[in-house]
Ligand binder design. Structure first.
Ligand SMILES: Cc1ncc(COP(=O)(O)O)c(C=O)c1O
Length: 463
């Protein structure tokens, strides 16, 4: 289908994917009003009165200052290249080339790319793993303490990155995790891409800033009513100099940021934090609670998570791979956000689609009837040490002369590319890692679990 025609097509029955504005239903009203003005009248350059995210004067600077005050940050920068672009700028600000940065295994690939761009050495740490769903779970503070001790034994670290909440709406005791890092003298960058609404209603976890984060990146299309690509970087405390952030933003940012996306940053956060936005969020949470209850009563209990607007259906318990469940539902115009081998994540968004309470349980019961069987066997935890660093630097491994080798023959070789099912965009293998027998066997098992997402051959560094 032609791209413009695809954008103009009618919405499917149940679109439970991002952006969280749900095809405009939950778009922050001032933004919706702007979009009703003559088309593109709002598509403006950095005129003196508007300015841009790095300018000291102008409407953008004033708006960023107001947003920082609203969210309890010292500084705020708007971004137009998604959470990805701001995470990369934040990484480049907290570490210099050659320095080591501690990151969780469930890192989004943009962070890996940030390490590559900044020539940083990623030190990856293991997370608790749930064999029933195949999901990584949030790290308890004492786990992180052990991780830090192991990582620091091998040399100094420049910073720690934590992901909270996860794509699936899982979050642990973030304040305790951050306190552990601060006690070790390390600044913490929180990838809060999925947490713009944190702290704004009872039942949601506190915001990353309230938990003491030094830097936080929020995507405004994942848990607020902003347009795709709009995101913010927030800074608090004394551990990271704003001038370093300003500089790395300059390195990575377009010189013509979309005025519409910048306005989307401002409007989506102002609305979400205001009375009307909180009421809208409250209504979505009530509906989510009723849906959870209804599904439970129908014998389809959802997994517990910390974001009620993310519904986590444990398909493995129904005997169905989440990717197969997704394909079946797609044919019936039900679009989930994130299919994984053990579960399916639906995003309800800021204003869930009409008829959801009636239609989703019916479709999921039909899914179980059509594809359900005995629960899938437990998922195998990735055979990874508590902390690990690529043997060869990312920058060298990713550019090295490489050869494609069948997965069955990876043992002993060094990866020259990432293996990364998308979504969720979490790498299973990163360039520079040497693959041992256990990892090879695990990757072969992953290929069966992610059909079509993991190729038969992987590029490895040529001898
Ligand atoms: C945890 C996490 N961080 C960062 C990102 C990147 O966000 P964006 O697509 O806005 O660049 C994603 C995207 O899915 C994500 O899941």
């Amino acid at each position: 289908m032609d791209l413009l025609a695809a954008l103009a097509a009618r919405a499917p029955a149940l679109a439970l994917h991002l952006p969280a504005h749900g095809r405009g239903r939950g778009l922050a009203p001032p933004l919706a009003a702007l979009l009703r003005r003559p088309p593109a009248s709002w598509d403006l350059p950095e005129l003196p009165e508007i300015g841009g995210p790095l300018e000291a004067e102008g409407a953008v600077a004033a708006s960023q200052a107001a947003t920082a005050a609203l969210l309890g940050a010292q500084r705020c920068w708007y971004g137009v290249n998604g959470a990805s672009g701001l995470l990369q700028a934040a990484l480049l600000a907290v570490a210099d080339p050659g320095q080591r940065v501690l990151l969780p295994r469930n890192l989004h690939r943009s962070l890996l790319h940030g390490c590559l761009l900044g020539q940083l050495q990623p030190v990856l740490f293991e997370l608790p793993f749930d064999p029933a769903t195949g999901l990584w779970l949030p790290a308890p503070a004492d786990h992180l303490q052990q991780v830090l001790a192991a990582a620091l034994k091998a040399g100094p670290l420049a910073a720690v990155v934590l992901v909270s909440p996860s794509y699936q709406g899982l979050s642990g005791d973030l304040a305790a995790q951050i306190a552990v890092c601060h006690r070790a003298g390390l600044p913490v960058l929180v990838d809060g891409a999925h947490g713009a609404h944190s702290g704004l209603a009872p039942g949601l976890p506190p915001s990353a800033l309230a938990c003491g984060a030094d830097l936080v990146v929020l995507s405004l299309q994942k848990a607020a009513g902003g347009l795709a690509q709009s995101a913010v970087l927030l800074q608090a405390g004394e551990r990271v100099e704003p001038a370093r952030l300003q500089r790395s933003l300059l390195w990575l940012q377009t010189s013509s940021p979309s005025a519409l996306l910048l306005a989307s940053c401002a409007a989506s956060l102002a609305f979400l934090h205001g009375d009307r936005g909180r009421r809208q969020l409250g209504r979505a949470l009530v509906l989510a609670g009723r849906l959870r209850q209804r599904l439970g009563a129908a014998g389809l209990p959802l997994l517990a998570n910390q974001d009620p607007l993310r519904l986590l259906l444990p398909t493995a318990a129904l005997g169905i791979n989440g990717l197969a469940a997704d394909a079946w539902l797609l044919q019936r115009a039900v679009i989930a956000e994130l299919p994984e081998p053990g579960c399916l994540t639906f995003c309800l968004g800021m204003v869930p689609p009409p008829g959801l309470l009636r239609r989703l349980p019916r479709q999921l019961l039909a899914l179980r009837c059509a594809l359900g069987s005995e629960p899938l066997p437990p998922f195998q935890a990735p055979p990874l040490p508590l902390v690990a660093e690529p043997e060869l630097s990312l920058a060298l491994a990713w550019r090295a002369p490489a050869e494609a080798v069948p997965l069955e023959q990876l043992q002993g070789r060094i990866a020259a590319e990432a293996l990364c099912p998308y979504p969720p965009g979490i790498p299973l293998l990163i360039p520079g890692e040497r693959i041992d027998g256990a990892r090879q066997a695990w990757l072969l098992a992953q290929r069966r679990l992610w059909p079509g997402q993991i190729p038969d051959t992987v590029k490895v560094v040529a001898p």
